[in-house]
Write a protein that binds this ligand. Sequence first.
Ligand code: COS
Length: 408
Amino acid sequence: MTAFSLNPEQITRCDRLREQAAERLRPLAEKGVTGAEGLPGAARVNRPLVAALGELGLLEDLFTSGALDLCLMRESLARVCTEAETALALQGLGGHPVHAYGTPAQRGRWLPAVGAGRAVAAFALSEPGAGSDAAALALSAAPDGPSAWRLTGEKSWISNAPEADFYTVFARTSPDAGARGVTAFLVPADRAGLTGAPLAMLSPHPIGTLSFDGVRVGADDVLGEVDRGFRVAMTTLNRFRPSVGAFAVGMAQAALDATLAHTAARDAFGGKLKDLQAVSHQVAEMATRTEAARLLVYAAAAAYDRGEPDIAGRAAMAKLFATETAQFVVDTAVQLHGARGLLHGHLLEHLYREVRAPRIYEGASEVQRTVIAKELYKAQEPSAARAKELHQENHENQENLEKGTPSA
Ligand code: COS
């Protein structure tokens, strides 16, 4: 299936998720855990919220469901409670490398606890000196005996740090080898030499820095293969990028719903706001762009689930378009609400702060454009893999010609 409409089970599941978010999760999010010590505006990990996500079975679903189901979960939660959405996503991002690349021992030790919401996971890739240019990461993994390393250096902008229970840490095992010298390690938070500090952001999130002072890791802590960790990072991001788009679509839809209600009820110039074409056309634009973003997200996720070859580019398109769209939709929603939309505690004031970061994290919009362009030009250079694809296409075209069906 290539064209999108959700089936009845998927629609029921989304409705149920929104109910659960409203009844069970939002009250826990509202209790919040803000103001890390000495740092107003910083947020702490909301463990009761993570535990509730576990009790509802949503965290286990992270590892058993496909990319499209993940998108539906994130979109549905985001429409009602962005904190619940983000807590869920971070368990997925931190846990996915263990799920996809972990040994049976690593998986057995951590995944049941992550799924139950008892253990908090984190994905530690970015550094003060390496954000978009992830292959430039410098956290050093220096050999310490035949099959052990000492990690030394800094990570920054790490969600759930410094409170997570374990970190998927990307470190440099081969100096000067770029993307081919990075190894992924599963580092429990209680390893000697590992410390961190919270950061206060525009929208309070549990996020912080990590410092590694000769933290010892062994062969049992490697995720995947030595020097092949960049692949662990990139394939995790391929899976999660469409779902960042889904988060954005959920926020855009929440802003649109609020705008429809407001503009239909608000009196102005002898009628309702919606009677002004300047308003109704903006609302139509918001709805159209949100729907386009949603379709791109679903299509990229479905392509991932089918194991199609061009998922890096499609995931990048979905993330780019949906996050940029959500920024437009939320900003327009604020404009159509007037000053009340900026009142502290208003849904739109919350979304206005919340919508900004996804255009930066998990690959900034500029990185997504780089990925898309790279994929496009790759198709122009017949490499061995491409030649194989062409061969397959030619074969199919030939068959179609023989059957009398024109090729696409
Ligand atoms: N999926 C699978 N593999 C990928 C990939 C992807 N999306 N992108 C790169 N790779 C692989 C390449 O195939 C290549 O593998 P080989 O060494 O086996 O040939 C390797 O990774 C290096 O690829 P490349 O040379 O393209 O890497 P670059 O250094 O040019 O970096 C970008 C590519 C910019 C795409 C990467 O650095 C990136 O995604 N940056 C953003 C990082 C990010 O999202 N940070 C946020 C952290 S989470 S909040």
